[in-house]
Structures are given as C-alpha cells and as structure tokens.
Ligand binder design. Sequence first.
Ligand code: SAM
Length: 295
Amino acid sequence: MANNPDIASPARTQAILNRFHLSAKKSLGQNFLTDLNVLSNIVEAAHLTKDDNVIEIGPGIGGLTEYLARSSKKVLAFEIDQNLLPVLDETLSPYDNVEVINQDILEANLPKIIDEKLNNERPIKVVANLPYYITTPIILDLLKGEVEFDNITVMMQKEVAERLAGKPGNREYGSLSIIIQYLNEVDIAFEVSKKSFIPAPKVDSAIVTLEKREKIEHPVFDKKIFAGFVRGCFAHRRKTLWNNLQGVFDKNPETKDKMQQVLDKLDIKSSTRPEKLSVDQYVDLTNEFHSIKML
Ligand code: SAM
C-alpha cells in the first residue's frame, strides 16, 4: 500500500473505479480530481498545519482526503454515497486520522458531530471539492454561524466563484456576493481546468477561500432582514434600484417620499442600478430604512 501512487493520480483513480465497478454518479456531482498539483495547491490555499482539524464534504474515492490527511491532525469526511464507503475503507486505510461519516452534509448536525468527534478542538477548517449541484446551499449552510470555521477552502464552478467574490459594478456581483462578503473575506485562489477531473465536468472550476472578518466595522441591525432586503433589491437586475425598492416596499406616495428621503440622505441616485452599490451602501440602506420603521 505504501508504494501505491497517490489515489488521485489518473491511473490509480481509473484503476479504483474499474476494480469497484463504479461509474461516477452525475446526480451526486461526482467528478474526481486527478491533478496532483491542484491538490497540493488546495492544501496550500487552506494554510493547513498538523494542528488543524478538517471537515471535508464529499471525499469521493479519497483523492483530496489523502492530501488532507497528510497535512492535518484529523479529517472528518462527509460522504452521502453509501457505495463509496468500501472504496474509502480501502483507499484511506493507511491513514488513521480520517473518519468517514456517511451523511448528507445538509442534514448533518455539525455542532453535535464536531463536539463528539473533535471535542470542539480548534482550529477547524473546511476543505472540499464540492458537489456542484448544491454548492450554494452548502456554502450558505456552512456560513450560518452554527460552527465558526477558521477558514473555508472550496472548489466550485467558476461562475459561482465569480458571483461569491464579485465586486461592485461586475456582471457577477449580486445579492449572494453582498450577503456573503458582509461577514467574510472572499477570494478566488486559483482556477482549475475541467481537464483536471475524471469524468470532466462541463464547466471550469475555481478554488474559493472564505475567511470570517475579525471585526465588522459597519454592522447591520439584523442580518436576516439585511439578506432579505438585498435579495429584494436584486429581484429585477436590469431595473433601477428605485424600481426594485418599489417591489420591496410599495408604491404609496407616502412610501415613495420616505424612500426618496433615505436615498437623498445617503447620496444615492434613484436611477442607479443595484449592482453599482457597495456592501457598505446596502448596510446603510438597511439601517436607514430600519430607523424609519420601514424594515
Ligand atoms: N473529493 C473528491 C475529489 O475531489 O475527487 C470527490 C469530489 S465530487 C466533486 C463531490 C462528492 O460529494 C462526491 O463524492 C459525492 O458523492 C459527494 N456528495 C454529493 N452530495 C453530497 C451531500 N449532500 N453530502 C455529502 N456528500 C455529497
């Protein structure tokens, strides 16, 4: 076993799939990474050390898991596909610091599992090549705040990565960018070609790093209301901020007067497009509408 090539090497991956008569399940977003440089770069982007506990989502046949096991203290890997359990049992047998948990990550009670399995020992980092069909729900779930991760390093479709990391004025910048960047520093570490996977997905990918901001300089009065308000402002992307605000509130003349007062106070033109405003400007808008009891 010790002399085996890495699990993620193309030849070994193919041999494992053949021997277990597995074909990658499209419905579960199974695209196995077979580029060893990419794996090393992921480990580096996550700044892993031997003190770190790692949560992995979707170990697949264990290619990334092996790299995580070599560079961290302990890996808890959540895999939904029962058919992969015997494979992981074998491929990861040289690593006694990996525990595979056969659960849907969206159903898992992470605080409880982390308490039981890791004794809440920090640092706790998330590193994963995410199943692309549920990228956004997983990210939103991880960022809910039930567990505070020291950082999150995840591979996703390039388009989604660009939306998460988008800056004001970019085509990709939208409600998801704002809601996530309010609490987190978001960066695209590097891009990955579709050729780095077996089977190759239809789109290119990117590694995104998310790190919780240490201090929110400009806090919003309520995060949930902020998220709902921002989504409302982007309900019709091509329309002006004003038109979207009429959808968030109503079209009464009195409401319009109040809306105009808030925009004037914040020096925001009603003709502006929602994607032109910064995260801080959305915080200001939310807090101002709250102060006059509209939110
Ligand atoms: N980590 C492997 C790699 O990099 O080669 C496989 C990554 S593959 C893109 C995504 C993995 O997530 C698959 O193994 C799939 O079975 C698993 N998966 C899909 N949905 C899941 C869910 N809801 N919870 C946990 N794992 C899931």
